[in-house]
Design a protein around this ligand. Structure first.
Ligand code: IMP
Length: 498
């Protein structure tokens, strides 16, 4: 007869945190959000630590190189999706690893004999007012000069004339070499009162531009997730089908961590794939998942997983529970797996971090997941709302939305994640829809981090480890859930127009 688990499957909405005593030295300014990403011996530090406990979902609609760069600058990590060719995914990894904060690859480029009217069109397209004039009009051609929108005016200059007639030639402007650090470049910008400093290789080819206007921006991210060479960190999703070809290419491209991406990670295929990676590429951390119980966690930890992702059926675009009747409330899943992670630590002396993946609807759900034992969270819907995510931004009657679609939807058809037999999706396990547009990731995530820090302060915790070990949670009844919301008519309630 089937085994019935006695405990009800619970979601985050059913829990609240109780405030603990807050000491005077615990404030949002002193709260530390460092989180271990990968397996380590108890008492030692994880080889990779996140500056903030956020990762973005392994999804086409979410984890682009742009998003990976923005998230890593805020201390988190993206896992670039594997629902693309191996070459494209490796190129995306390289794009993140080659990113140099403050060093901009020029996107507004012209040839010296291009007309000023062509230059105006290029500037309108990119929205930028400084153009590089290179011998071949490319971003990495030999730099001949710079031309800005201040160098000409349509009523004073013949727009049919060549760009070279209005540019400042490279011989007449300061520039620097490819080994310049950002602080050296910034010093030169300020000392020589420049707006823009070109960075050239030994042959005079353009590498980057450094802008004075980015100075404040570059100072904004004290908490970046970087490797020992100060390059931003990036993760990559892999699957149990083509890993023997995909993993080498991603390692070669410089990925910092890999993660097997499956809607059901409790399988022999995943254990075999983990074992293969550990044997052939012992230096690259690799996570496994997804699982929803302690037994499955232990299975993957014993197979070598460096972290384990938790969550089946809770994602905002997910219909796995409707379609297959498989899954578990995310809170119950995290609590169960966290207990198994702690038991594994006691037994082996090894700490295997866990990630709560999917189903985080409100900012405070992040705090609940971490309090329940997750070391970091993974989110899809949350990040899909930002400019840096892949989905198109579309206007609707009620404001802007961004496209967001599941990996198991007909749009993504990520059969490698779903294992329905054969090379294709037989039925959908995800939907294709929209999420409200939320602007720039940097601003949105700063708000979420501010809320998380103040919640931790209320719970008297200055670190995530302390939060995990001292948090007190209570179940909420339907009635007390009602009590949680505002119970007046709101002054600012939007007027309804008949
Ligand atoms: P969200 O943060 O609630 O939007 O959930 C994102 C998570 O849902 C991802 O990290 C995946 O684990 C999962 N997921 C992605 N696509 C699908 C799908 O099509 N069906 C079911 N789950 C999905």
């Amino acid at each position: 007869m089937a085994q019935i688990i006695a405990e009800v499957s619970r979601t985050f909405n059913e829990f609240l945190l109780l405030p603990n005593r807050t000491r005077t030295d615990c404030s949002p300014a002193t709260v530390e959000l460092r989180a271990p990403l990968v397996r380590h011996r108890v008492g030692e530090r994880s080889a990779i630590e996140l500056g903030s406990p956020f990762t973005s979902a392994i999804m086409q609609a979410v984890s682009t190189p742009d998003l990976a760069i923005a998230l890593a600058r805020n201390g988190g990590l993206s896992f670039l999706h594997h629902n693309q060719s191996i070459q494209d995914q490796a190129a995306a990894v390289r794009q993140v690893k080659n990113f140099k904060a403050g060093f901009v690859t020029s996107d507004t480029n012209v040839r010296p004999d291009d007309s000023l009217s062509h230059l105006v069109a290029v500037m309108q397209r990119t929205g930028h007012s400084t153009a590089a004039v290179t011998h071949d009009g490319s971003a990495t051609g030999r730099l001949l000069g710079l031309v800005t929108s201040r160098d000409f005016h349509p009523q004073r200059h013949d727009l049919d004339g060549p760009v070279s007639g209005r540019m400042t030639a490279i011989a007449d402007m300061p520039h620097t070499g490819a080994d310049t650090t950002l602080s050296e470049a910034n010093a030169q910008l300020w000392e020589q009162r420049l707006d823009c400093l070109p960075v050239l290789d030994v042959e005079g080819r353009l590498q980057y531009l450094v802008f004075r206007s980015d100075y404040a921006d570059n100072k904004r991210f004290p908490n970046q997730a970087v490797d020992s060479a100060k390059r931003l960190r990036v993760g990559a999703g892999v699957n149990t089908h083509d890993y023997q070809e995909r993993v080498p290419a991603l390692v070669e491209a410089g990925a910092d961590a890999l993660c097997f991406d499956s809607s059901d990670g409790y399988s022999d295929w995943q254990a075999q794939a983990l074992t293969w990676v550990k044997k052939h590429y012992p230096e690259i951390p690799v996570g496994g998942g997804n699982v929803v119980d302690g037994e499955a966690f232990t299975f993957l930890a014993e197979a070598g997983a460096d972290f384990v992702k938790v969550g089946v059926g809770g994602g905002s675009i997910c219909i796995t529970r409707d379609q297959k009747g498989i899954g578990r409330g995310q809170a119950s899943a995290v609590l169960d797996v966290a207990a198994a992670r702690d038991a594994f630590r006691e037994r082996t002396g090894e700490y295997v971090p866990i990630c709560s993946d999917g189903g985080l609807v409100h900012d405070y759900h992040v705090a609940l997941a971490l309090a329940m034992g997750a070391d970091f969270v993974m989110m899809g819907r949350y990040f899909a709302r930002f400019d840096q995510a892949a989905g198109a931004k579309l206007p609707t009657r009620d404001g802007f939305v961004k496209e967001y679609w599941g990996e198991g939807s007909n749009r993504a058809r990520n059969w490698q994640r779903y294992g329905q037999g054969g090379q294709g999706l037989i039925f959908e396990e995800g939907v294709d829809g929209y999420v409200p547009y939320a602007g720039d990731l940097n601003e949105g995530l700063a708000l979420t981090i501010a809320k998380l820090k103040t919640t931790m302060v209320s719970c008297g915790s200055a670190t995530l480890a302390e939060f995990q070990s001292t948090a007190r949670l209570t179940l909420v009844s339907d009635q007390s859930f009602q009590e949680s919301h505002a119970n007046v008519t709101l002054r600012d309630a939007p007027a309804t127009i008949a």
